[in-house]
Design a protein around this ligand. Structure first.
Ligand code: IVH
Length: 732
């Protein structure tokens, strides 16, 4: 017998050795990751692992998708398959901890008001006072569903829309604490069998320490860092290459049951026991309460203890203990009536505001960002907070050097709640003064639009806005550079070929054709054909009329109609900086209404060009960067000319047109393109505006067009169909 044993051990078949290695590695994995009680050294584990890898490579016929060797990640996938959940993955209703202000405002008795109401609903629906519930931390992670058939992991799916989710099996296999095959250790009793179907729901997340180490590593390698552990976990699960996921320190804890075929489970506790016996890591601690006071005490205890868990939690999930009672309670259309997620108020911390940095966004908005002494809050180190705009700074009286209270609501960028104290002699902070009245990115002029709180850089050549401006510059209604969309604009800026729209005119066939629209790993060449098309479009753009150029400059408030109106008032672009009309219009802001009309009447300036527009245009074109734009255009041989120049239309000319003085709004589907219809109306002296108001004369309504049609009816504005419009055009 002993001899036989020896024999079989010395000459195992590849199949038996592979099976043995797989079982052994799975066992040691579970000891290490689930029970934190390893029995062999890392080096011994690695040796077994390598042996298995080598044997599997030699014997592809013995491939098994659940082999522990695939923990390091298999081949990349093309995209995510969809998986229909066996049982819908519902969400839970939130009940919120109330802030002191909210308690006062709503007249609630205490911060736990909503939670108490939830418990009262349970009591009412179950018709008894003592309802037993379990309470456990609500993990701030990504929900997944693991489905085991006959003890083997069949798939892992994300929640998706609750009915179908992404198949992330390839990535989930790399998470070592998730068993790929279920085994009892120990078995609950000798007769127990592994459930034939077991769908475990849980959360994938990252521990704070692992997250910090990952970010530090990425930072060192010059890679972008993740905003928080949740984003990092979610981003990892969305990877197509499981080898990358295998490098990410993902963790999993189970918290619920989906589809199930196996020995009956009467209470939540029996389900928890099953998870223990199967070695599936589960969410902990799980407390039980049997009445309202017990529930409140357990919530308070979890709120104290959750901070030492080492990962992010943002609340407590409360579930009715008895499965039979859950069935009685049932579901609303969205969520079970037997569970609630009690969300704690966001965590707050005190720190010092060291400086305020002004960032320029893609659309030119200047956003103040607070630079703080770093503090740990909700599991990540915070050293910056958004201040939104000047109004917010003024409202909260934020000054440099102040001690401030910051909070992180969910995973959004932290915000300053309030100032706790100022340093002596600190002065109110002015965004405008702090940047010396100039854009910090390009030194261009900044303006605060009427009715808006944000300061914006109006420079069409501002590098911070390069992608937005180039994309707009190339759009159909601007210079119509067909083929030059956001992706191309982004690539041109990223590779340093364009900092401003006018740089487009310096591009060569060679640069464009070789432009990489993809990444370094997966390059995508723009190509000769596309390149030639864009160069031809750029050539044609040089002789486009003034209003197209004005519109192309992406100056806020200078929409298509205002650009047309400006080009009616000016012959060439170079006239605009010294425009007497605009100067008059600007001065006119302070004139009386009667005076205004006197000044403006001869020009017949439409509502599209008012003092606010005049101010933006003049400030820009009179600024240094504005005159540089004009000079650069001249150098490039571009001098846009108006095609509708008519600054002082004779009364007779205008009134002769059938739609003179009439304002139209177009809605619904017409027999011709909306732009064409607009051009037709304008050519007959009418104006087209975007929204219906009391000043609108006609609403031209095609098929559909619900809300504008309703508004017209409400305001008593005449509705026209296309036939009626043609009668008007014919002067009838
Ligand atoms: S139980 C019927 N328990 O929170 C749904 N969910 O806001 C039962 N979550 O979709 C879910 N920790 O992804 C449950 N201890 C926990 C949880 C938890 C986090 C997530 C879960 C759920 C979401 C609902």
């Amino acid at each position: 017998m002993a001899e036989l044993d020896l024999f079989s051990q010395s000459f195992p078949t590849p199949a038996s050795r592979i099976a043995e290695l797989r079982a052994s590695l799975a066992h040691h994995n579970s000891l290490y990751y689930t029970q934190a009680a390893p029995e062999i050294s890392d080096a011994d584990y690695d040796a077994l692992f390598r042996e298995l890898e080598q044997l599997e490579a030699k014997h592809p016929e013995l491939h098994d998708p659940n082999s522990p060797s695939l923990r390091v990640g298999g081949a990349p996938i093309e995209g995510f398959q969809q998986i229909q959940h066996a049982v819908p993955m519902l969400s839970i209703d939130d009940v919120f901890e109330l802030s002191a202000e909210a308690v006062e405002k709503s007249g609630a008795s205490c911060p736990e008001h909503e939670l108490i109401e939830f418990y009262k609903r349970l009591q009412k629906n179950l018709k008894r006072d003592a309802v037993s519930v379990t309470l456990e931390p609500k993990i701030d992670g990504v929900a997944v569903s693991l489905l085991y058939r006959d003890g083997k992991l069949a798939y892992a799916a994300t929640r998706g829309d609750g009915q179908t989710g992404d198949d992330v099996t390839h990535n989930v296999r790399t998470i070592r604490s998730i068993p790929l095959e279920l085994k009892f250790s120990p078995a609950p009793d000798p007769t127990s069998t592994i459930p034939s179907l077991l769908e475990v729901r849980g959360e994938i997340f990252m521990h704070h320490a692992a997250f910090a180490a990952l970010n530090a590593e990425r930072d060192e390698a010059g890679l972008s860092t993740f905003a928080n552990p949740r984003n990092s976990a979610a981003g990892s699960l969305k990877q197509l290459d499981p080898k990358i996921v295998a490098q990410r320190p993902l963790a999993f804890l189970a918290h619920g049951l989906g589809a199930y075929e196996g020995a009956p489970l009467e209470t939540e506790h029996q389900f928890h026991q099953l998870l223990v016996h199967l070695g599936i890591p589960q969410n902990q601690p799980i407390l039980t309460a049997h009445d309202l006071d017990g529930m409140l005490a357990a919530v308070a205890q979890l709120d104290r203890d959750r901070h030492s868990l080492g990962y992010g939690t943002d609340g407590v999930v409360i579930k009715v203990l008895s499965r039979a009672e859950r069935t009685t309670l049932g579901f609303t259309s969205r969520a079970p009536r037997w569970a609630a997620a009690y969300k704690f108020l966001p965590e707050q911390q005190e720190t010092t505001l060291n400086s305020i940095l002004i960032q320029v966004g893609r659309t030119g908005v200047l956003t103040p960002v607070a630079e703080l002494t770093p503090v740990l809050i909700s599991g990540s180190t915070v050293s910056r907070a958004t201040l939104h705009n000047q109004d917010e700074i003024t409202k909260k009286d934020i000054r440099l050097g102040a001690t401030v209270l910051i909070e992180k609501a969910g995973e959004i960028i932290p915000a300053i709640v309030k100032v706790i104290r100022h340093v002596p002699d600190a002065r109110p902070f002015s965004l405008y003064d702090s940047v010396g009245g100039k854009c910090p990115s390009c030194a261009g002029p900044i303006t605060q639009e009427v009715g808006f709180v944000a300061w914006r850089c109006t420079n069409f050549e501002c590098p911070a806005q390069a992608v937005t401006h180039i994309t707009h510059f190339a759009s159909r209604k601007a210079l119509d550079l067909d083929g030059l969309g956001e992706t191309v604009a982004e690539a041109l800026v990223r590779h340093g070929h364009c900092r401003t729209p006018l740089d487009l005119f310096t591009l060569t066939e060679d640069i464009l054709a070789n432009l990489n629209l993809g990444t370094d790993e997966a390059p995508r060449r723009f190509g000769e054909k596309n390149s030639a098309k864009i160069l031809a479009a750029l050539h044609a753009a040089k002789s486009k009329p003034l209003h197209r150029w004005l519109y192309a400059m992406g100056i806020r408030q200078l929409g298509e109609s205002a650009a047309k109106e400006l080009s009616r008032l000016h012959h060439t672009l170079s006239e605009i900086p010294d425009s007497p009309i605009l100067t008059e219009l600007l001065r006119d802001t302070r004139a009386t209404a009667k005076k205004q009309n006197e000044i403006l009447a001869p020009y017949q300036i439409s509502g599209e060009v008012g003092p606010a527009v005049a101010e933006t245009i003049l400030t820009f074109f009179q600024s240094q960067v504005g005159s540089q734009v004009i000079a650069r255009l001249l150098t490039l041989g571009i001098s846009p000319v108006s095609e509708n120049y008519l600054p002082r239309p004779a009364e007779a000319d205008l009134s002769a047109l059938p739609l003179a003085g009439k304002t139209f709004v177009i809605t619904g589907t017409l027999s011709i393109d909306r732009d064409e219809m607009k051009a037709l109306i304008e050519s007959k002296g009418g104006k087209v505006s975007g929204s219906v108001s009391a000043k609108t004369h006609y609403v031209l309504a095609g098929e559909g067009g619900g809300s504008k049609r309703d508004k017209a009816e409400k305001l008593g504005v005449t509705l026209l169909d296309e036939a009626a419009l043609h009668l008007l055009l014919a002067g009838q």
